[in-house]
Write a protein that binds this ligand. Structure first.
Ligand code: ADP
Ligand code: ADP
Ligand code: MG
Length: 670
């Protein structure tokens, strides 16, 4: 076994790898960018080396710097994590040239599986079932369309070099093919520098089921069962679980053997994932087809760890140091059920637009700390893998994943209940996240009943978006309770001393104004002679009583009882209850007296990023909602739309320009 390894990554995966290394007694070296100077992964490792600027190409992708860091610190091997250099054949080769061990597959296997078209040709030879389609080298658009017509619609056009859900276009009918092909090729050349595409049948009611495989240097292979990752947005995974609900043991074995055949065909070594698309036919039959192989540790590997009781990073380290696989196929068992939720800095109600900001509050559910958890006992009920702490910032430079929440139960129902509870205890203030959305997904009929396919999110749209888990009345009651409690703590409880209360016939009334979900709302609080409170808000009126409890503020209002935790950030109260979380803005009646609001036709960048293109020029007439520009930030493309009808006066940036958050991109006169 190695004595010291370098981890060529950041965030949760760098911390995850370091935890196992430490448990096995290995020393760890972190690398970091400017933005990550005080990141958790840096303090988590024994040593650290600064490798450059914040943008990945200036740091985490600079492999000559990383190799130099390994040499100077005396690390024997490099763990690439996922993303960044993990699937970079040149990097794997450069490690070998420098006398370092790359903790991953041989460069030849990375290359063989790197391009989707070429890997499909290989898999065809190895007898692995493929989705009907065209994955040849002829890229003539007329020929590709001809192939699509032959395959039959709907089809999927995929960038051969694609990844991360990018470079894919579903096409419903022949007439739409040419435009989709052109746009797919454009995205492919921009994102991957390679516009080769393949065309394949779009599977019916598709499920994404992948197999975890492992190989060693002695020719042994095993599969560590499957993960169902069907719940996706933008073709990217949001919730993953193991085992896959409803998968028969015969099909599990067939898929496992096909995945092992895929790995064997490329002399695979280490951890890899063979992704299959599973078609669910109307007659109930299921067929699986090879999609791609990811030649690295996968984001969702913890669900496999939870059901097998194994530590996959430990296996990676053992295999890379030349040891044989710790267990044979017949020694592997599935225990219970595990689900992972990816907690991301994004706004589901705004087309999942990534968000940035500071984690002012970051409360987590009680977990079995991973470093201490004896995974072998598979006793982990709740686990959080993250690379951030309270006070840290989610910056625009890297992807938007804040943390992974993993739960285990003896049954799927148990795991589901645990997930809902764990999400309820995950409280983040400072930036928008998908925590509440994940709770809706977990509770949606489709997910709860394991009616899974990749269209789950659009199908359940009605119960997933723009929900109101805590109504105005309770949100206002919580905000008022919080205000009164903090006033009591600072200035005493005498309502008569308040500047904004007034008195009539010995009864003190106090008005409140809120902004709740974009709508103004008024509330009135009445103090009775006996100190009892009466609240009127949102068409409800009744006694209000509250007290500070251990779990938060216990509130009773209009025959409802709720325990709420309220975090105040400026004028915004973030209210967390068992039913869900919401925000309510308290308008300071004195501060806002006489103020007027004006909304202009300003068009600003919602986040820092790069301008990719403008679709308008000065002088153009634009309609509200019309796309004006495309920017790239946090590895995704965002379309900027016109806020109102108007005329474009001036473009203030050019394609390729880097812009800061809030920068005015173009002027529109309305
Ligand atoms: P999984 O490991 O489950 O396949 P993803 O598909 O979301 O998870 O990708 C894993 C990681 O790979 C991501 O964190 C991301 O950093 C990286 N990645 C893969 N493809 C791309 C891409 N096209 N652009 C940027 N990052 C990518
Ligand atoms: P990436 O490299 O971006 O992960 P994949 O080929 O793995 O690309 O596909 C990503 C997702 O797109 C899959 O998880 C699945 O949801 C969807 N998908 C891919 N191929 C098909 C197909 N033939 N039919 C239906 N959905 C598909
Ligand atoms: Mg994939």
């Amino acid at each position: 076994m190695f004595k010291k390894i370098l981890i060529a990554n950041r965030g949760e995966i760098a911390c995850r790898v370091a935890a196992t290394a430490r448990r096995l007694g290995l020393k760890t070296v972190a690398v970091y960018s400017d933005a990550d100077a005080s990141a958790k992964h840096v303090s988590f490792c024994d040593e650290s080396v600064h490798i450059g600027g914040s943008a990945p190409r200036d740091s985490y992708l600079r492999w000559e710097k990383i190799i130099e860091a390994a040499k100077t610190t005396g690390a024997e091997a490099i763990h690439p994590g996922y993303g960044f250099l993990s699937e970079n054949e040149e990097f794997a080769k450069a490690c070998a040239v420098a006398g370092l061990i790359f903790i991953g597959p041989p460069a030849s296997a990375i290359k063989a599986m790197g391009l989707k078209s070429e890997s499909k040709q290989l898999m065809e030879k190895a007898g692995v079932p493929l989705v009907p389609g065209y994955h040849g080298s002829d890229q003539n658009p007329v020929m590709l369309k001809h192939e699509a017509d032959r395959i039959g619609y709907p089809v999927l056009i995929k960038a051969s070099a694609g990844g991360g859900g990018k470079g894919m276009r579903a096409v419903e009918k022949s007439e739409d093919f040419d435009a989709a092909l052109a746009s797919c090729k454009r995205e492919a050349i921009n994102s991957f520098g390679n516009d080769t595409v393949l065309v394949e049948k779009y599977a019916q009611r598709p499920r994404h089921i992948e197999i975890q495989v492992f190989g060693d240097m002695h020719g042994n292979y095993v599969y560590l069962f499957e993960r169902d990752c069907s719940v996706q947005r933008r073709h990217q995974k949001v919730l993953e679980e193991a085992p896959a609900p409803g998968l028969s043991s015969e099909m599990r074995q067939q898929m496992g053997l096909a995945a092992v055949a895929a790995a064997r065909a490329v002399n695979y070594v280490g951890a890899g994932t063979v992704e299959f698309i599973v078609e669910q036919r109307a007659d109930g039959s299921m067929n699986f087809f090879f999609m791609e192989m990811n030649t690295r540790l996968q984001v969702e590997h913890p669900v496999t760890e939870a059901i097998t009781g194994l530590d996959l990073v430990e296996w990676q380290l053992r295999v890379a140091s030349g040891e044989p696989l710790p267990l044979a196929q017949d020694q592997l068992r599935i225990n219970g059920h595990a689900i992972e939720a990816r907690i991301c800095a994004e706004n589901p109600d705004n087309n999942f637009l990534p968000t940035t900001g500071t984690l002012h509050v970051y409360d987590k559910p009680v977990c079995t700390a991973f470093e201490r958890a004896e995974l072998r006992n598979a006793g982990i009920a709740v686990r959080i893998d993250d690379g951030v702490g309270q006070g840290d910032t989610i910056s625009p430079f890297y992807d938007s994943m804040v943390a992974k929440l993993i739960v285990h139960g003896q049954t799927r129902e148990e795991a589901l209940a645990r997930m809902d509870e764990a999400l309820a205890q995950t409280r983040i203030v400072g930036l928008a996240t998908n925590v509440q959305f994940l709770r809706y997904v977990v509770r949606s009929p489709s997910f709860a009943q394991a009616n899974l396919d990749t269209a789950l999110i659009p199908r359940e749209e009605a119960v997933l978006f723009n929900q109101e888990p805590v109504g105005l009345a309770m949100a206002a009651a919580a905000a008022i309770a919080q205000t009164l409690l903090s006033e009591k703590a600072t200035e005493g409880s005498d309502p008569f001393s308040r500047r904004d209360g007034w008195q009539t016939h010995g009864v003190t009334q106090r008005p409140f104004e809120f902004d709740f979900r974009g709508e103004p709302a008024k509330a009135a609080l009445t103090y009775g002679h006996d100190g009892a409170l009466q609240l009127t808000v949102g068409g409800m009126s009744g006694p209000l009583a509250f007290s500070k409890g251990v779990q938060g503020i216990d509130i009773q209002f209009a025959s409802q009882r709720v325990t709420a935790t309220v975090y105040t950030q400026g004028e915004v109260d973030h209210v967390f209850t068992a039913r869900g979380a919401t925000q309510i803005t308290a308008i300071d009646l004195l501060a806002h007296a006489g103020e007027s609001h004006t909304e202009g036709g300003r068009l600003t960048a919602p986040m820092p990023g790069k301008i990719l293109s403008f679709s308008v020029k000065a002088g153009d007439l634009v309609k509200k909602g019309q796309p004006l520009a495309v920017m790239e930030a946090m590895k995704m493309e965002h379309t900027i739309a016109a806020p109102a009808d108007g005329v474009v006066e001036e473009l203030l940036y050019a394609p390729g320009d880097q812009v800061t958050e809030g920068a005015e991109l173009l002027k529109i006169s309305v």
